[in-house]
Ligand binder design. Sequence first.
Ligand SMILES: NC(=O)CC[C@H](N)C(=O)O
Length: 337
Amino acid sequence: KEVETQTKLANVVVLATGGTIAGAGASAANSATYQAAKVGIEQLIAGIPELSKLANVRGEQVMQIASESITNDNLLQLGRRVSELADSKDVDGIVITHGTDTLEETAYFLNLVEKTDKPIIVVGSMRPGTAMSADGMLNLYNAVAVASSKEAHGKGVLVTMNDEIQSGRDVSKMINIKTEAFKSAWGPLGMVVEGKSYWFRLPAKRHTMDSEFDIKNIKSLPDVEIAYSYGNVSDTAYKALAQSGAKAIIHAGTGNGSVSSRVVPSLQALRKDGVQIIRSSHVNAGGFVLRNAEQPDDKYDWVVAHDLNPQKARILAMVALTKTNDSKELQRMFWEY
Ligand SMILES: NC(=O)CC[C@H](N)C(=O)O
């Protein structure tokens, strides 16, 4: 009996959403020119017989899209399915296959709203399965390995790419042509090698079980948009986004979220009209925006995104706005998550 429980394999569900990990190209030489979201999850799982040694794996095709086309409704649909599965006692871990373009957004969203300590792993690939040196097979194998491990419990939503275990909160796609594409400004949490995980650090920010957000209470997500900044920037985009109904605008700022003097008056006016202004940075290796540095946030009643890049700041702002429209509360959430 004891031996039986010791060797019992974990039950892992793979939720497939599309992306390059489900991509197919015309020839094995096509590592960058191919169609994403072509191959079904049954075929992906069948292509890796070694998975059956790691866990009892079953797949579910939730959608079949390239991740740049993912909508807020898609996020909610996926989040609800993850939550249902996490609540089931027959499920020990969940893997989500995903296009890499917005993988970091989905991983962070789930990290905020899933009330479970069961492993949730988001995984993609940089080359389609039809290409030479395709990376999807190993990335998915590693994802299932981590999802079925005891140690992955309670560590928030994770991403396994290029043998690394990254925090879904921190990780970002930093380059679009290398298999070494996903990095965290603060380093990976661990490594996964030959199906075994090696952990080195833990996430310090609130997530999953410790989060005040719950997918079960989120009916819809408000409109939050991003405006990019650069030299000679105009206020046209900011004003247009507000006019089309944005509840918050993420300022994808230069450097430490600095704001051009050409734009400051409009952002002040938009805030007076009720739009939340959230200063982030488009510095690729990781921005670090501090309150009242560069701009008087207290005076203008603006929020800073701290180390969250603009696309992650959009995710947190949407989720946060389902609870509050108080800028001080929003700022607290931006420090805590
Ligand atoms: N490497 C990828 O997954 C990119 C493919 C596609 N643009 C997507 O995000 O789904």
